[in-house]
Design a protein around this ligand. Structure first.
Ligand code: ACO
Length: 355
């Protein structure tokens, strides 16, 4: 069987820098609180009405395509991972195809809804298609425009301060070079705690899960017609259309699952943490990454962190961080690179790559 490699990579972050102090204009928070709990100093927000998840994805994709030395017409499959799509449907995959000007309909476009682990899931899908010989140039994009859908009141501060906008992309191709390429990908999920980190409205659930889980919540359905179940005024007025998170619960699981899935990948490949040249964790929270680093016994130069500048960009965080590490020469040919992610779902996973 063939092996796949990341043949091109690129990232884009919007120009607008939003510092922790800037957020204090909207909500009761402080630079000290945010830095101490998350490590974040600033994040980027896309330009309202000009930038979207798919336009940022386009910019990252164009860089990855150029970096791979191919033409956009060479792309035969698009995978787009995001939790903040331009539209509820259709997904960003086809919007990106249109924006790239790819008119051939032989190209397929797939959207991935795996939040923080979306990029790792997407890379695994790309790997399977390339390894089996079905596709030769898979474009994988992770992009997020969080700033459009956050609660900027004090009520939403525990979530809002964490997230930022940005995009990253890779081109996955077959490789014949001995030893090079994706060694393995590991994917996991556990839906037991789906609501612990979620944005559940607008949606078609109609309160079904809350009833099953015996969660006492009023979604304003008392006299609702069908059309008012998906979204209604009560939801808007009561801030029920924003993401919610039980931070400490997420934290505890994340610090357990990150090391587990990294060790699983290494074990399968007959390798140990000391063999890792660069770990690029999903940039969830600097405290989580530091905890994982310590558990793995890795030195500072073997873990790439840039959450300080960009916040948590969910599906985009790994390709943005990886692109930065590659650009700065911190990832070189022959290096063992490990990508790992954990997030809403919960879903988590890893990818082990010989660069
Ligand atoms: N500014 C100031 N105060 C705040 C803020 C804020 N932005 N957010 C919450 N607080 C307050 C709370 O209201 C609470 O006040 P109270 O004691 O008066 O009730 C107090 O700070 C402590 O709140 P906690 O939620 O218990 O704070 P915690 O120490 O757990 O930190 C955090 C919150 C940073 C979210 C933490 O739980 C965490 O890091 N969780 C991991 C989740 C994560 O990283 N998610 C990222 C997305 S998921 C992913 O990518 C894996």
């Amino acid at each position: 069987m063939l092996k796949s490699k990341i043949a091109g990579i690129g990232a884009y972050v919007p120009e607008g820098v939003v510092t922790n102090n800037d957020l204090t204009r909207f909500m009761d928070t402080s630079d000290e609180w945010i830095q101490e709990r998350t490590g974040i100093q600033e994040r980027r927000y896309g330009k309202k009405f000009e930038e979207t998840t798919s336009t940022m994805g386009l910019k990252a994709a164009e860089k990855a395509i150029a970096n791979a030395g191919i033409d956009k017409e060479d792309i035969d499959f698009i995978i787009f991972a995001t939790l903040s799509p331009d539209y509820y449907f259709p997904g960003c995959g086809v919007l990106l195809q249109r924006a790239l000007g790819i008119t051939k309909t032989e190209v397929g476009a797939l959207d991935i809804r795996n939040q923080c682990s979306g990029f790792v899931y997407g890379l695994s899908v790309a790997d399977q298609f390339v390894k089996t010989g079905m596709y030769k140039n898979v474009l994988l994009v992770g992009s997020e425009m969080h700033s459009m859908g956050l609660d900027f009141s004090t009520e939403g501060r525990n979530v809002t301060v964490i997230f930022g906008d940005g995009a990253g992309a890779v081109v996955v191709q077959p490789t014949e070079k001995e030893g090079q390429g994706i060694i393995n990908t590991k994917l996991h999920s556990d839906g037991t705690y789906a609501e612990k980190l979620a944005m559940i409205n607008p949606g078609s659930h109609g309160g079904y899960h809350a009833e099953k889980l015996e969660i006492d919540v009023d979604y304003g359905y008392s006299d609702a017609e069908f059309g008012e179940i998906f979204v209604n005024e009560h939801m808007v007025e009561n801030g029920q259309m924003f993401p919610n998170m039980e931070g400490q619960f997420v934290f505890k699981l994340a610090v357990q699952k990150f090391p587990e899935v990294i060790m699983e990948a290494l074990g399968d490949a007959g390798l140990s943490p000391q063999d890792i040249d660069m770990l690029v964790p999903h940039q969830a929270n600097l405290r989580i990454s530091k905890f994982v680093q310590k558990r793995m016994g890795l030195s500072d130069d073997k873990v790439w962190n840039n959450i300080q500048k960009y916040g948590n960009t969910t599906a985009a965080s790994i390709p943005i961080a990886l692109a930065e590490a590659v650009e700065k020469g911190a990832v070189k040919e022959g290096d063992l690179v490990c990508l790992a992610a954990f997030g809403s779902g919960f879903t988590w996973g890893s990818a082990l790559i010989r660069w």
